[in-house]
Write a protein that binds this ligand. Structure first.
Ligand code: SF4
Ligand code: SF4
Length: 100
């Protein structure tokens, strides 16, 4: 079975989190939720590897490689004039677009 958390590059280290909540504010797919002591990773497969969370995390509790996933495919598709709805984006994944 396809497991996009295994396939995508998002990695979260809750022991480093200081609960600033920036990741929950910037993530366009609600991959993180607010928790009492730290952010909670609730929907890792929805991650499109845009790196907004990692870029805003002050303690490097989140790591993600941008430029390899869905967000990169979407940018590439737009530049090539491809239609995202028809699956022409070129992304090799099957579950990220449209899940959230
Ligand atoms: S990389 Fe982007 S989509 Fe993935 S969890 Fe971070 S903010 Fe959300
Ligand atoms: S941005 Fe980093 S420190 Fe802030 S809540 Fe998210 S994981 Fe925790």
């Amino acid at each position: 079975m396809f497991d996009s958390y295994q396939e995508n590059s998002l990695r979260y280290y809750p022991d480093r989190c200081i609960n600033c909540r920036r990741c929950t504010q910037v993530c366009p797919h609600r991959v993180f939720a607010e928790g009492e002591r730290n952010a909670v990773l609730i929907n890792a497969p929805a991650c499109m590897e845009c790196s907004a969370c990692a870029g805003n995390c002050p303690v490097k509790a989140i790591e993600v490689r941008s430029g390899v996933g869905c967000a990169w495919a979407m940018i590439g598709a737009a530049l090539r004039g491809k239609d995202m709805e028809s699956g022409e984006c070129g992304c090799k994944k099957s579950s990220c677009c449209g899940d959230d």
